[in-house]
Design a protein around this ligand. Structure first.
Ligand code: FAD
Ligand code: FES
Length: 318
């Protein structure tokens, strides 16, 4: 099936996913569950074995509402998790048996405002999985996930994989089990939805709010400082971060100052999601590209949808 060929396909059995290569396809997927989980935040489950079986932590999909010209362009949403059952999350199963994929979104503009009104049983147009995912995260003793606002969506699968609670992709990757901490910051307590997804996976959850209504009052930087003031042995730790750009820039500076490795998931506006339109470019520095050690490395534009969305924080020209 060609990428641009819209297909209402026969539903494959869970044991026989419709495809097992990594080529993103332009598909029609049925909504099987859709519910509100926090203020202006919704969780939607699609019947889409192509993405459920293959998506790696940190990858995303493009979503569109069929038969609507406004909004015309699809929107990117991070793959939150994947399951083998249409309801609940008790049964996840191995990636080859997964058929359902979850996305979590905050109501923001035209697409998400329209999406929240679409009930289970209706279809969406979707293509993915897209992007590189968190494939370059090194094996460390302690992985710290840092989320701002709705940024947790890109981090759950990585945390579950790193805790040894789930694997993702075909063939599934095996990652060394390690300690995982989530530092999640938001304006107010009402923004936190399905926090138990993280804690039940064995992730140590710490919340921060600007108004003090949940967790520590302040930002994720305050949380990081409070959690472990010395942050010694930086080589045994790594940070994976997703959230508003200013927050990611602050986390990048914080980790750089402590020589802690950090990867960020950039949320650039996107139009095609597959590398054609260059809507999504970010300025990324080439490693060791400076003419002399005193010169900063040169940067070039990189497409967030194909070369990202995950980049080393040190490589981003913010
Ligand atoms: C790889 C990736 C994964 C994402 N995952 C999620 C997710 O899991 N959940 C979620 O809720 N959102 C996610 N987003 C962000 C989401 O795609 C955008 O917020 C999207 O624009 C929402 O569509 P909308 O039509 O509701 O809002 P729009 O009408 O598109 O946007 C309204 C306003 O926000 C601005 N805007 C649009 N996109 C962005 C952006 N990325 N950053 C800052 N400002 C923007 C527009 O210029 C406009 O002013 C992700 C983005 C990327 C690139
Ligand atoms: S969104 Fe079109 S090139 Fe990235």
């Amino acid at each position: 099936m060609h990428l641009w060929e819209t297909a209402t396909r026969p539903v494959p059995s869970p044991a026989e996913p419709a495809c097992n290569d990594s080529t993103p396809r332009y598909l029609t997927a049925r909504i099987v569950a859709h519910r509100q989980i926090a203020a202006a935040t919704f969780r939607i489950r699609l019947d889409c074995p192509e993405i459920a079986t293959q998506a790696l932590p940190g990858q995303f999909a493009m979503l569109r509402i069929p038969d609507r010209l406004d909004p015309l362009l699809a929107r990117p949403l991070a793959v939150y998790d994947s399951f083998s059952a249409p309801e609940g999350d008790a049964v996840q199963g191995p990636p080859s048996q997964r058929r359902y994929v979850d996305f979590v979104y905050v109501v923001h503009g035209k697409f998400t405002t329209a999406l929240k009104e679409i009930p289970a049983g209706e279809n969406l147009i979707v293509w993915g999985p897209l992007g590189n995912g968190f494939v370059a995260i090194p094996a460390v003793e302690h992985l710290v996930l840092v989320a701002g606002g709705i940024g947790q969506t890109a981090l759950l699968a990585l945390g579950k994989e790193q805790c040894g609670r789930a694997s993702y992709g075909l063939p599934p990757r095996s990652r060394p089990t390690s300690r995982v901490t989530l530092c999640w910051g938001a304006r107010t307590a009402a923004a936190f939805g399905d926090v138990a997804d993280f804690s039940q996976a064995g992730i140590d959850v710490h919340l921060a709010t600007l108004d003090g209504s949940a967790g520590q009052q302040g930002t994720v930087i305050d949380l990081l400082n409070t959690l472990e003031p010395d942050w010694n042995s930086p080589e045994s730790r790594h940070v994976a971060c997703c959230g508003p750009e200013g927050m990611m820039e602050a986390v990048a500076a914080w980790t750089a100052g402590r020589r802690i490795g950090c990867h960020v998931s950039l949320e650039a506006p996107m139009a095609c999601g597959i590398g054609i339109c260059f809507t999504c470019v970010a300025r990324v520095r080439e490693a060791a590209s400076g003419a002399s050690p005193d010169e900063p490395p040169a940067w070039d534009y990189r497409r967030t949808c194909v070369e990202g969305p995950i980049f080393s924080a040190a490589s981003i020209e913010w």
